[in-house]
Every structure is written in structure tokens, then in C-alpha cells.
Design a protein around this ligand. Structure first.
Ligand code: NAD
Length: 348
């Protein structure tokens, strides 16, 4: 390189899924550090932009731009694999639920990384694996804090798509000891396949006929559905023993939210787009029902409440995608999996 040329890399899903599968504990650490950076003002993370289509009401494409700066102490060793110490970028993620009927995944995405020294994009990475990994790492990190450990008699999974599967991988590969799983999906075949995948990993797993049967008595409950509006309104279904990972954000009714200790990733982000916590804000006219953020838990500014069900509602911050994509790109370059496009940028 030289003579004003800039390098531009493309990294595909096969390389990325391999890197991520070998790096789950590392990804949890990256996500934790990104939350702490967000709390200490070293990020810029504006609202996600939702591109919607009047003729395709179930489809959307979301843009999540962000910037992440390492703390000065980290900058010295940022060359050791994490990548540039000051990076910006964007995740551009499509959700087309009807894709299932075509045998395709609902979500597809790319992440673009920009060098903050020049502004130039320097990498484009397939984004759906990165997105699933950062979502699962975030929920599993919070689950350990809210549940008070990594041992559970029973874990319930509601909604059996790739996001739920990635959460299971993160639970099991970061040391959770889970006696049994109960899984539910409104499509029986998807729940059956998910149960079989768990059994193939040596786990005890059963499907349940109803969502209530899955949830009742489970110590950790993951919601990873595509429900557009709440369908569980009875706070009596939930107990103080439970930690709820409400990743799909729109399953729980306002009475359930108001009876819980509520943790979010970012208050401003979560109180939008008719999430359950947004509906609770509209209902009550205030935000007093939100206890704090994952970063508040990490720094000890709030503690899990053992007297109430604890609900995590993570809207999903672009800065997490950036942190994980930067790491994956560094690994892909080191392992020879990044395809450099020579001459991608020339002066106009
Ligand atoms: N909060 C975040 O940061 C974040 C990040 C990524 C994905 N997500 C969300 O995770 C969810 C799951 O993503 P995915 O890619 O696995 O989707 P998917 O469409 O592949 O799978 C969702 C599954 O949920 C099932 N389902 C839908 N409604 C249900 C209901 N009411 N009861 C039981 N099952 C139901 C569907 O049959 C399907 O099997 C999506 O809502 C997505 O938006 C959230």
C-alpha cells in the first residue's frame, strides 16, 4: 500500500461464523467493554433508523450507525487484534419475515467499518452472525448478573429461530450449567428441531404446547419471537425466581413490565418503536419503572432485585456491532480470511 491508497476488505459469513464460534467468551468481554465505553461517553450511538415500506408492511431495513473510541490505556495495545482504537461504522440489517417461506433467514445484514483517521470505509463484513453474537453475548452477560450465577434448573426458550439458537450457544459455551430446557414456538416443527439440536448437544430438552407451560417455573426465560405486539399480560405467570431475557422486546404486556425490575441497554433507545417498555411509558406517563442499564449493573450502580421478576429489554446498540465487527475483522486479517479489494477507492 502507499501512494494514497487505502485498503478495503470484504469478509464473508463462513469465516465470520468460524471466528465467532471460537471466540464466545471474548465476544462477551467485548460487549461488556462496549457497554462501559457507552456509559463513560466514549461512544456515539444515535437512534436506529427504520426504513419501512407501505407495500411490504412486515418488512424493514434498519440502519445502526455508531462510533467507538477505546480508553487511552487500551489504545496502546489496540493493534493486538482488536483493531483501530477509534472506529465508526454502520450495521444495515434487513428483516423480511416472509423469507422463511423461501427457505431463507428472516434477517440479513452487512457491517461497514470506517477509519476515524481518514473517514474511509476499510471493511465490509457479513453482519447477521455478528448481530446474533452481540445480541446473545449481551443477554448472557446480563443473565449472569441478574440471575446471580450461571447455574439454572430450567431455561425456557420462546421462539426458536437463529437468535434463540445463538443464545443457547452462548449460554452453554460460556459455562452455564442448565439441568433442562423447555422450548416453545408457534410453529411446532421449529420447536421440535430446536429440541433435537439441544439434545444433540447432550442437553435435556422438551417442547411445550403453550408458552405458559414453557415459562412457568423456568429460572431463565428467553423471548426471541417476532411478535409485533404483547400477548402475555398476566403478571401472575412470572415469579421472583425468574430472570427474563426479553430480546424480542414486544412479548410482555404492560402489567408484566410494571410488576418487574426492568433493565435496558440504553433508556432512550428502548423507549421507542412500541416495545413493551415503550408501551409502559405511554401507559404511565413516566420512566420510573426502569431500574437502569446493563452498564449500571456492571458498575454496581444498581443491584438485581431478588424480590421481583427481573426483565432485560435490550434494544440493541450499534456500538456492540461495531466492537464485534472490529474484532472479527482483525482476526480475519490475521488468519488470511479477509479478501482485500485492490483499487476499491480511487480519487474522483
Ligand atoms: N434486541 C436485539 O438487539 C435483537 C437483535 C437481533 C434480533 N432481535 C430479535 O430477535 C427475534 C428473533 O429473531 P430470529 O432471527 O431468530 O427470527 P426468526 O423469524 O428466524 O425466528 C422467530 C421464531 O419465533 C416464532 N414466533 C413468532 N411469534 C411467536 C409467538 N407469539 N409465540 C411463539 N413463537 C413465536 C416464529 O415461529 C419463529 O420460529 C426478532 O424479533 C428480532 O427482531 C433482537
Amino acid at each position: 500500500m502507499g501512494n494514497g491508497e487505502t485498503r478495503f476488505d470484504v469478509v464473508g459469513a463462513e469465516a465470520i461464523s468460524g471466528i465467532l464460534a471460537r471466540s464466545r467468551r471474548e465476544v462477551v468481554r467485548l460487549v461488556r467493554d462496549a457497554y462501559l465505553a457507552h456509559r463513560s461517553g466514549r461512544t456515539i450511538n444515535p437512534d436506529s433508523y427504520f426504513l419501512s415500506f407501505p407495500d411490504r408492511p412486515t418488512a424493514r431495513i434498519i440502519a445502526l450507525p455508531a462510533r467507538l473510541r477505546d480508553a487511552p490505556a487500551e489504545e496502546a495495545d489496540s493493534g493486538a487484534g482488536s483493531g483501530k482504537a477509534d472506529v465508526a461504522g454502520i450495521k444495515w440489517i434487513a428483516s423480511f419475515p416472509e423469507n422463511h417461506e423461501r427457505g431463507l433467514a428472516r434477517a440479513s445484514a452487512v457491517v461497514v467499518l470506517n477509519d476515524m483517521a481518514t473517514g474511509f470505509p476499510y471493511a465490509c463484513l457479513e453482519g447477521s452472525h455478528i448481530s446474533a453474537a452481540r445480541t446473545a453475548a449481551s443477554a448472557v452477560l446480563a443473565a449472569g448478573l441478574l440471575h446471580g450465577g450461571t447455574r439454572a434448573r430450567s431455561v425456557a426458550i420462546v421462539g426458536c429461530g437463529p437468535i434463540a439458537a445463538t443464545h443457547v450457544d452462548y449460554l452453554l459455551d460460556t459455562g452455564w450449567d442448565i439441568a433442562s430446557f423447555r422450548v416453545h414456538d408457534r410453529v411446532d416443527g421449529r420447536a421440535d428441531a430446536f429440541r433435537d439440536r439441544l439434545r444433540a448437544r447432550g442437553q435435556s430438552a422438551e417442547t411445550t404446547a403453550t408458552v405458559a407451560d414453557a415459562v412457568r417455573g423456568a429460572e431463565v426465560v428467553l423471548f426471541a419471537t417476532t411478535s409485533p405486539a404483547p400477548y402475555l399480560d398476566d403478571p401472575g405467570l412470572f415469579t421472583a425466581e425468574q430472570t427474563i431475557l426479553h430480546v424480542s422486546l414486544r412479548d410482555l404486556g404492560v402489567p408484566v413490565i410494571l410488576g418487574a425490575q426492568n433493565i435496558v441497554d440504553d433508556v432512550e433507545h428502548c423507549l421507542k418503536a412500541r416495545t413493551s417498555v415503550h408501551l409502559a411509558e405511554l401507559h404511565t406517563g413516566g420512566r420510573g419503572f426502569i431500574a437502569g442499564t446493563i452498564a449500571d449493573l456492571l458498575t454496581g450502580h444498581i443491584a438485581p432485585d431478588p424480590g421481583r421478576v427481573r426483565i432485560l429489554s435490550p434494544f440493541g446498540l450499534g456500538v456492540l456491532d461495531l466492537a464485534v465487527a472490529r474484532f472479527v475483522h482483525g482476526r480475519a486479517v490475521a488468519e488470511g480470511h479477509a479478501v482485500a479489494i485492490n483499487g476499491f477507492f480511487t480519487a474522483p
